[in-house]
Design a binder for this molecule. Structure first.
Ligand SMILES: [Zn+2]
Length: 295
């Protein structure tokens, strides 16, 4: 790990994250749309992360997906191609003794990773969509946004296609402004709540608004997590926002979207938004893979 590069990444993140946080103060709907910088270097030699929820009845790959049903129910979409076998050694190694920061996974296969943050919207039809597509997803939950209905995310987790990760207790948009003890409380507290509610132990932290500093990374490790995940693209309502001028997906990109509904999406439902996201991914010839097999 290159400490200088990490330090530069931290300070850049802190600056950019601060701008994003100021722009979206008071609005959870815009909470995670900061502009992430270049990724930090992942930490060294991690242990195996855990697999996504396994409580579902058979986490099949895309081969069992009903293409006719998908097309009919989701505006002509196709099932995702089954992802290639993940590498034997995870390309991103994480460790709680030295948590790494990453925004993509170095792979050459045409796979991307879909991550969903926050938890405001709880649309039952989205759970059905996950079952229909059998698509692996990583969700980063903030307690303040899910505590009115923990059961929704339990049902989502029980599909067997979803990995639950940590997004703080109260969703502070500028973590670096908080003292070290508060940062640790936000992360360790949410770790405990997710463990209690879902019986799972997250190992990845997603900082609200993408804003973090060296203290945040330290807190991630002290709370027992192994890494911090940023992103390369965001899906808002109908368009993908790319972080690079190429305006195209690249293998291993991490895409960020949110649990949002008509109140945040100008009347669109979460399922409609996800249909658009999936269409972007399919149109560029990509499939969705399980990030916990790579990180
Ligand atoms: Zn968020």
């Amino acid at each position: 790990m290159n400490d200088e590069a990490s330090a530069r990444a931290w300070s850049r993140r802190r600056f950019m994250g601060g701008v994003a946080a100021l722009a979206s103060l008071g609005s959870f709907a815009a909470a995670c749309t900061g502009q992430p910088g270049q990724p930090g270097r992942p930490g060294q030699s991690g242990q195996q992360g855990q697999s996504p929820g396994s409580a579902g009845s058979g986490a099949r790959t895309g081969s069992g997906v009903d293409a006719e049903l998908i097309a009919r129910r989701y505006e002509g979409l196709r099932p995702f191609a089954p992802p290639p076998a993940p590498p034997e050694v995870k390309p991103v190694h994480l460790s709680s003794s030295r948590p790494g920061v990453f925004s993509r996974v170095p792979v050459s296969d045409k796979v991307v990773f879909v991550t969903i943050d926050d938890g405001i919207e709880k649309e039952p039809a989205f759970i059905q969509m996950v079952k229909d597509f059998q698509v692996p997803l990583l969700i980063s939950l903030a307690d303040v946004l899910i505590r009115d209905d923990y059961a929704y995310f339990a049902k989502l987790y029980e599909t067997g296609y979803v990995s639950i990760q940590n997004h703080t207790v109260t969703h502070p948009l500028d973590m670096p402004r908080l003292p070290a003890a508060r940062q640790l409380d936000e992360i360790a507290g949410q770790q405990e709540k997710l463990r209690r509610e879902y019986g799972t132990t997250p190992y990845i932290f997603r900082p609200p608004g993408g804003s973090y500093d060296a203290t945040t990374i330290n807190a991630v490790g002290r709370a027992g997590l192994k890494g911090m995940m940023l992103w390369r693209e965001t899906m808002e309502i109908s368009d993908m926002e790319y972080q690079t001028r190429r305006r195209a997906l690249r293998p291993g990109d991490i895409i960020l979207t949110h649990f949002r509904g008509p109140a945040q999406l100008h009347g669109e439902t979460m399922v409609q938004m996800m249909i658009r996201l999936f269409r972007h991914i399919q149109a560029q010839g990509f499939t969705v893979a399980d990030i916990t097999k790579y990180v």
